[in-house]
Design a protein around this ligand. Structure first.
Ligand code: NDP
Length: 596
């Protein structure tokens, strides 16, 4: 009698086979930047004709590049510390960053709003729903900017074209496409984490004759309606969506409601957990005690990183699924088997949910994710899967290959050409690509060295924040830092750190702070050693390609982009200790009588 197959081992085999289908030689180069001939995909639909203004020429203490949650938090913290001489620059026409740009139908926060939306206690605002809509988050950002008086400091619709270190003045000179020249002691590159939209470099993409746009620049002129309003122009039209990630699961149900014939082009099925969104309970809101937001935010971060605090305050799909960190190596065979079982059962529940919701069993099979829970970002949504029971929604499963050809009429998959009127790219954002490419300009540091040159093999930083040869240049970025699941928590912590460091330098007459190369190397080796001890190679070997693993390619650039093992909290504690110790591992230059 043969023994029945072990379902855990069988799922792992399947994951490895699915990964193999998706590994591609071109890795991150399979995507193209929204510049050159694709620049039209990047235009600002919300502020198409920025008002003319005179160029600004000034000297300030700090210039903050980016008015999203990172840049805003940095400005708020600086002004709390008494630093009022700062300038904020952003390409967008307003504050909000992600929440300025992303206005696609169905757009919502995928983290609980009570721990995602910044400064709720300071503004006295309680989100109306557990997972707030994008317009509500955007409005809240505007409210924060009003309350903390950020607007007078901001230059919007302004693109930074360069930043050069002036050694003789210990200052940066920042230039923009509006002719501004701003000299600043410190630069904060607060561009955020997911801000540079990307497009699959599909053959023939530019030949497509229908309307085409990226979700981060939704074209309501084509679809009708507006954020939070029904789309009125799509009834009867054939609309395609490329991608099935966190954005697509929110967009597809909305498109289905518009009466369009919707074609969803799938490369890798999303894992779709339970969302359970609901209005905020006013009694619960009234019961909150001062300090609640920080407490809840910390508790969530611990709950989704395997720390297992005494209680789980948020109790949602995230905390349920991520309570046990199954990506770490087991200490012995039986613990490894237990971790594998927990991971399998979590993903099996997600696959079972597809069977429970999608009526056609064959279709359900194609919508099931065969990857482990830490391999990609899990999505949570209650409308996406039921949408596939509708007659006007069609799944085009490419079985891991992706769309690789588009004609004047539309995408071709297998032998079939899908003629479409509208093609929407829910294809995500650059995460692990070259930093200066994402920054949009190439900072020039000490002795004329370009950052693209110094970073040609990947990131060189102390804490992911400072970099040698670029004194006083600070970054809120993923590489060599601790982004975690709740990005708002991470950017809030790093912004606070940067503001504290800058305020301390200004107060104590430090005009230059620059890490040593030795301190950078030590930091990197520490991150590598901790990652090697805490993450399982075996687990990673069965992970499908995504932006989590540099599309499955272990290049040197990706290796240097390592993140802190553990969560944002011990990382933030480490930064606080480092500040208290007087910035070890840096060279500090103090003000002298000659300092300009
Ligand atoms: P993702 O990078 O997660 O998804 C991109 C999708 O495009 C993937 O499904 C990918 O397939 C697919 N794709 C790429 N190329 C092709 C191709 N040639 N043919 C077919 N499909 C293709 O981007 P998202 O915008 O969905 O999400 C990015 C991140 O943004 C999320 O992980 C999340 O962090 C954040 N987000 C946050 C929200 C929030 O509320 N806080 C809401 C939405 C997004 P494959 O999976 O095979 O690579």
């Amino acid at each position: 009698m043969s023994t029945p197959p072990d379902p855990v081992a069988a799922a792992r085999e399947r994951a490895i086979a699915e990964r193999a289908k998706r590994l591609r030689e071109d890795g991150v180069d399979q995507y193209s930047l929204l510049d050159g001939e694709h620049e039209r995909f990047d235009r600002d639909p919300w502020n198409p004709h920025p008002a003319p203004r005179d160029p600004v020429s000034e000297a300030v203490d700090v210039v903050i590049l980016g008015a999203g949650i990172s840049g805003m938090s940095c400005a708020v913290e600086l002004s709390r510390l008494g630093v009022e001489s700062y300038r904020i620059i952003d390409r967008a026409g307003d504050v909000g960053g992600t929440w300025y740009w992303n206005r696609y139908p169905g757009c919502r926060c995928d983290i609980e709003s009570y721990i995602y939306m910044p400064y709720l206690e300071e503004t006295g605002y309680i989100p109306t729903e557990r997972y707030a809509s994008a317009p509500e988050i955007f409005e809240h950002c505007q409210q924060v900017a009003e309350q903390f008086d950020l607007y007078p400091h901001a230059l919007f619709a302004t693109h930074v074209t360069g930043a050069t270190w002036l050694d003789d003045q210990s200052r940066w000179e920042v230039a923009t496409d509006r002719g501004d020249v701003i000299r600043a002691r410190f630069v904060v590159a607060a561009g955020g984490l997911l801000f540079k939209a990307k497009l699959p470099a599909i053959e023939g993409i530019d030949d497509f004759e229908g309307a085409m746009f990226h979700t981060a620049r939704w074209d309501y002129a084509v679809t009708g309606g507006g954020p939070g309003e029904p789309m009125t122009s799509l009834a009867g039209m054939r609309v395609g969506v490329v991608g099935t990630g966190a954005t697509a699961v929110q967009v597809v149900p909305e498109l289905a409601e518009s009466g369009a014939e919707v074609y969803v082009f799938q490369r890798t099925p999303a894992a779709v957990g339970v969302r359970d969104n609901r209005p905020t309970d006013p009694e619960w809101a009234a019961s909150l005690k001062p300090g609640w937001q920080e407490h809840r935010t910390r508790n969530f971060t611990e709950s989704v990183t395997g720390v297992q605090p005494d209680e789980d305050l948020v109790q949602d799909g995230w905390t349920d699924l991520m309570w046990v960190n199954t990506a770490r190596p087991g200490r012995n065979e039986s613990e490894q088997a237990e971790l594998d079982r927990i991971d399998f059962e979590a993903m099996e529940a997600i696959r079972q949910r597809v069977d429970d919701i999608v009526e056609d069993p064959e279709l359900a099979e194609r919508l099931k994710p065969w990857w482990s829970k830490h391999c990609k970002r899990i999505t949570f949504n209650d409308e996406y899967l039921p949408t596939f029971n509708r007659h006007n929604v069609h799944l085009v499963d490419t079985d891991g290959a992706g769309v690789d050809l588009i004609t004047a009429n539309g995408p071709v998959v297998g032998e079939v050409e899908y003629a479409l009127a509208v093609l929407v790219f829910a294809s995500g954002f650059e995460v692990t690509t070259d930093y200066t490419r994402r920054l949009g300009f190439d900072p020039i540091g000490r002795d004329g060295v370009a950052m693209s040159e110094r970073w040609s093999d990947g990131a060189h930083t102390l804490h992911g924040v400072l970099t040698a040869e670029f004194p006083n240049f600070t970054m809120v970025s993923i590489a060599q830092a601790a982004p975690g699941v709740n990005f708002a928590h991470f950017v809030g912590q790093v912004s606070r750190h940067i503001a504290d460091m800058i305020a301390a330098c200004l107060e104590s007459g430090i005009v230059e702070i620059e890490p040593t190369v030795e301190a950078e190397d030590e930091w990197l080796h520490r991150l590598w050693a901790e990652a090697a001890a805490a993450s399982s190679r075996r687990y990673a070997q069965a992970c499908t390609p995504s932006y989590f693993n540099n599309e499955g390619q272990m290049t040197q650039l990706a290796a240097r982009g390592v993140t802190w093992t553990g969560n944002t909290l011990p990382y933030a504690d480490h930064l606080a200790d480092w500040r208290a110790a007087g910035f070890p591992g840096t060279v500090l230059r103090r003000e002298t009588e000659d300092t300009p």
